[in-house]
Write a protein that binds this ligand. Structure first.
Ligand code: ADP
Ligand code: MG
Length: 667
């Protein structure tokens, strides 16, 4: 607890120690629940609610049904066995209709909490009928003279606890604190500002009303209304913070004029060999307007795998170069950086635009004279490595959605503020997009270039592998190429297949076709050689880890087999699948999995049903939650107490629009 907080004029920010009955021991226990201030206490979310207006008679309880019941202790005792190393504590309750046996295994100290004659409330499930028995139920002993109205005759909150902290003590504390501080709970924004928020059955409750309903709701439906109200405050606060950041940024960062004059663009587009799609053209118009604008561009470009983002990056780089500024293009891996380098070099060589590759293992300067503006390609380490790029006007970050806002700015805040274009093929669910990228403008390429074959996806059990290989051999015989993907590099004895181990088996299964091996633990040189051979068709099959997930572009590869597919997230599988279907031929993605839960099967089936990246991202979010979806090290991912990124799209959107409409100086 900081000194500032102790003397804070803001009553809700006072430490819990100021509350009656909270000494240093209780304070320490509450701190373990991340409750430090009065406000933290008031926002402590019940983990469930019990309907204690009606207790179920013990005689009416059914097997495996979660219920609240109540009775008087008529007998209790501990049995020890296995020479006293194991024990069971048993409590027998009686409510006039029947008896209930409650048992706790190996928790002998439970005995201390009860006495014969106690009135006890029990929440649990019957796991046996004769006699009626609950194992490890939750209990509360009813004490005489206590605030009965608080613990009974209502929807009663049940809180997350910590060692030594009694449920009823915490409930009473919250009750008293709420009464004491309720009048001090202010809405972050006054007036009927919130009146138009969506999805509230009646009027939008005030923050104070919502907090009361969170703990002591009149109806169980009121809990969800309260949650949404409190979520709204979180979303509004976040959007305000983003707006403020953007305003500060725009007030101090001056844009470099990078709009270009078309003198390189014209010859580039006419030599390209294909026509830009309407989507690509629209996005480029948006980018050009930014590059000519008063503030440095902060734009996210979303486009499904294979939608043609690279050429958009190339055009943007040309605009900068035309204006006399350099551009940096960064990829997440060396393989991808090298691929971009090759593509850009091929495209830009006839225009005499110098292209440079800088990665940990390579520094290749193009032979053309490098006076003035240039294009530098590298990994994400490029900008953190301290290397200077003269007259840097534009930074393109490819296939990256794992940066938090702060990191992102750090990355480009070198000297003057270059324009920033972030490209991602991982469509992020709208809720995440708005919270994570709320401060970015978004462009979307929503149509693939013409002439793409379709990709069919099948989920198959592992015992059908022989037939899968036969199918792959068939496709190889027709001149196609294939990827075979495994979740691991090495076998760690987990039963999950690893590339290094399966490599020979695949070679045998697909003989006589040439098979190559690609994974992250190979030296960069070896990886290069394998990729090159695959690109040139000398290798027909690439056995790989998810290293090939992003960017790799070999149009003749039309088959992908992914073993232990359940080990991957949906978005990742979709990314992997994006490696095929890049040419005119029909492509096939076979997900091999012995997924044994319904959920795992349902998850994979989403990929059979759709190739719409957004639908897949939404499904992934539902199945795995935002943390998993973005990777554990996701920084900049706001930690919501009440906000729910799966369910609250309407609120997030509303908060964003509402904050946008606020007059200057209000945010
Ligand atoms: P991604 O968006 O996944 O990065 P790429 O930029 O790698 O996609 O593009 C995939 C392939 O499509 C490349 O071979 C690229 O040259 C080609 N491509 C891009 N735009 C078009 C277009 N308008 N017409 C035809 N092919 C295109
Ligand atoms: Mg790409």
């Amino acid at each position: 607890m900081t000194v500032a907080a102790m003397h804070s004029p803001e009553p809700l920010l006072k430490p819990v120690g100021v509350l009656w009955g909270v000494g240093s021991e209780r304070s320490a226990q509450l701190a373990r629940l991340h409750i430090h201030t009065v406000e933290d206490l008031l926002l402590h979310r019940p983990r469930r609610y019990e309907d204690r207006r009606h207790f179920r008679p013990i005689a009416s309880l059914k097997l495996n049904e979660g219920v609240t019941t109540r009775g008087t202790v008529v007998a209790m005792g501990i049995k020890r066995f296995r020479r006293g190393t194991k024990s069971v504590f048993e409590l027998i309750l009686e409510d006039g209709t029947a008896r209930l046996h409650c048992r706790w295994w190996n928790l002998p100290f439970m005995e201390r909490y009860f006495e014969v004659g106690n009135d006890v409330v029990v929440f649990g499930k019957l796991n046996q009928l004769k006699p009626r028995t609950m194992d490890h139920p939750e209990t509360e002993v009813v004490e005489a003279g206590e605030e009965q109205f608080l613990h009974f005759n209502r929807w009663t909150p049940v809180y997350p606890l910590t060692e030594g902290l009694p449920q009823r003590w915490l409930r009473s504390l919250i009750w008293r604190t709420l009464n004491q501080f309720e009048a001090r709970i202010k809405d972050p924004l006054e007036g009927d500002w919130l009146a138009s928020a969506p999805g509230f059955p009646q009027r939008v409750p005030s923050r104070a009303e919502a907090i009361r309903a969170l703990h002591f709701p009149d109806t169980i439906e009121a809990v969800e209304t309260a949650r949404r109200r409190l979520a709204l405050d979180e979303f509004v606060a976040l959007q305000m913070q983003m707006r403020r950041r953007r305003e500060t940024f725009e007030s101090k960062a001056e844009a470099l004029p990078c709009g270009g004059d078309n003198r390189l663009m014209k010859p580039f587009l006419s030599a390209l060999g294909f026509k830009l799609t309407a989507s690509q053209t629209r996005v480029l118009r948006e980018i050009r307007a930014d590059l000519r604008g008063a503030h440095p561009m902060r734009r996210l470009l979303q486009g499904d795998v294979g939608s043609g983002k690279t050429v958009v990056a190339a055009c943007s780089a040309l605009m900068a170069v035309e204006s006399g500024y350099s551009a940096a293009v960064m990829a997440p891996t060396e393989i991808l950086a090298e691929q971009h380098y090759r593509t850009l070099n091929r495209w830009f060589a006839p225009l005499n635009v110098p292209v440079e590759l800088r990665t940990g293992s390579a520094r290749i300067e193009s032979s053309r004279p490098a006076a003035g503006a240039r294009v530098v390609v590298g990994t994400h380490a490029l900008l953190t490595s301290g290397c200077e790029i003269p007259r840097l006007g534009l930074v393109v970050i490819d296939e990256q959605h794992k940066f938090g806002v702060a990191q992102r700015e750090q990355l480009v805040r070198k000297g003057r503020y270059p324009h920033l274009l972030i490209m991602t093929a991982t469509p992020i669910p709208r809720t995440l997009g708005l919270t994570l990228y709320g401060d970015l403008d978004v462009s979307t390429i929503d149509a693939a270039p013409p002439g793409r074959g379709t990709v069919r996806t099948y989920v198959r059990p592992a015992d059908r592998l022989e037939r899968v290989w036969a199918f792959v051999r068939d496709q190889l015989a027709k001149g196609r190429q294939a990827y075979v993907v495994y979740p691991r590099v090495e076998d760690a004895g987990t039963g999950i297949k690893a590339v290094t181990r399966e490599f020979e088996a695949v070679q045998r299964a697909l003989a006589p076709h040439a098979v190559g091996l690609l994974h992250g633990r190979l030296p960069a040189r070896a990886r290069d050689e394998v990729m090159q051979a695959f690109r040139e068709g000398r290798i027909r099959v690439l056995v790989a880890t998810s290293l090939i997930e992003v960017g790799v572009d070999v149009p003749n590869a039309t088959v992908m087999v992914i073993e232990n597919a359940e080990q991957f997230g949906l978005a990742q599988l979709h990314q992997l699948r994006g490696r095929i279907g890049r040419g005119a031929h029909e492509s096939h993605c076979i997900l091999v999995s012995d997924a044994d839960t319904d959920e795992a099967r349902a998850r994979l089936r989403v990929l059979e049903e759709t190739t719409d990246g957004f639908r897949i991202a939404e499904a992934d979010l539902k199945f795995r939650g935002p943390g998993e979806l973005l990777g554990r090290q996701q920084s900049g991912m706001p930690d919501f107490r009440f906000g729910d990124l799966v369910r609250d799209l309407d609120l997030i959107q509303w908060a964003r629009d509402a904050v946008k409409r606020l007059p200057c100086g209000k945010a």
